[in-house]
Design a protein around this ligand. Structure first.
Ligand code: PHE
Length: 337
């Protein structure tokens, strides 16, 4: 049995075969096990002799099996190491890093400035009712200023909002007459413009609204100065020019000293030294009223700016369409900015 077993074991060439042989000789019904089990019928003298021989045979077979098994394991490990070898000298695959879109980046910067000044963010729907977009902002149905903003109508009474100012009204109503109100409202707006270097049918605005007792024009001016200096640099100055919006009185347009030439005159500021960046004013008493506030008790200021315009100025970009055409040569310039 021993000779036969060892001979068979020598020829084994797979772990399965090895296991089969283990079962064949040493298993519960294995050949050696049978013999040892049959020892009960042997005489008292024979028993220890056969028992000893049996144990020797078992030990010999086990030893060979163990050696074989170790060899198989070693071979397998070697195989795996060979198969999983990594050539560290191969060139790596280049990963193109993504970038935040310049419009989102600028919007986030603007939001950060105002959050730092204690504002919270309010949002409203892009599909808006005539009431919020016009009526409640002191633009009655036949008001000529409605032409200022050619609109995309969904129905007679529903349109794509032409500015973020309706969020002023929604915020006032939601506040239920409480003060202080201190919000900015970022979002997309829509106008029936033909797209060109400075116009787009869809663009982004950020609205600001502050309401409280004794809010004055000087608060507005101070806030905007603070904003532009954080946005464009400490040396930036502003000037307010009288203007008109139906929802503010008085109204103003705000210019900053040209971020490109510092106010000395260049192509970007058409040699005036100034760049227009936003519209603003003191909230019109009728707008306060329609929003649920008593204009004799509180006052407020509001402003609205175009994100595209701020981004154009900040980065010296000459065509708004760069923002929408997804040309990687343009976008990838903002990866590390
Ligand atoms: N809504 C105005 C516009 O779109 C901007 C503005 C907002 C002006 C708030 C005054 C106050 O042009």
């Amino acid at each position: 049995l021993r000779v036969e077993a060892l001979q068979e074991l020598q020829q084994v060439d797979s772990p399965q075969q090895l296991n089969d042989l283990r079962v064949k000789y040493l298993g519960k019904k294995g050949a050696l096990t049978e013999i040892l089990r049959g020892m009960g019928s042997l005489s008292a003298e024979e028993r220890p002799v056969i028992g000893q021989v049996g144990n020797e045979v078992r030990a010999a077979i086990e030893e060979v099996i163990e050696t074989k098994q170790a060899a198989f394991q070693q071979a397998e490990t070697a195989n795996r190491l060979r198969a999983e070898t990594i050539d560290v000298t191969l060139p790596g695959k280049k990963q193109a890093p993504g970038a935040v879109h310049p419009l989102n980046k600028v919007a986030q910067e603007i939001e950060d400035v105002f959050i730092g000044l204690g504002y919270t963010i309010a949002e409203g729907p892009e599909v808006e009712s005539d009431f919020y977009n016009f009526e409640a902002l002191n633009l009655p149905k036949d008001h000529p200023a409605r032409d200022m903003q050619d609109s995309f109508y969904v129905t007679d009474d529903i349109l794509m909002r032409t500015h973020t100012s309706p969020v002023q009204v929604r915020t006032m109503k939601a506040m239920n007459g409480k003060t202080p109100v201190k919000v900015i409202c970022p979002g997309k707006v829509y106008r029936r413009d033909d797209d060109d270097a400075t116009h787009s049918f869809q663009f982004n605005q950020i609205e600001g609204l502050v309401i409280g007792p004794n809010i004055r024009m000087s608060d507005l001016k101070g806030t905007l100065l603070q904003f532009v200096q954080l946005m464009f640099g400490k040396q930036t100055e502003i000037r307010l020019r009288p203007s008109f919006f139906p929802f503010t009185e008085p109204s103003a347009e705000v210019d900053v000293t040209c971020v490109q030439c510092g106010g000395h005159g260049c192509r970007m500021c058409k040699h005036t030294g100034w760049l227009e960046i936003l519209g603003c004013g003191m909230v019109h008493p009728r707008v306060l009223e329609m929003g649920g506030y008593d204009p004799n008790e509180v006052s407020g200021f509001a402003f609205g700016m175009g994100v595209e315009r701020i981004a154009l100025l900040k980065y010296g970009i000459d065509d708004i369409r760069h923002f929408y055409t997804n040309d990687l040569r343009f976008l990838s310039q903002f990866v590390r900015m």
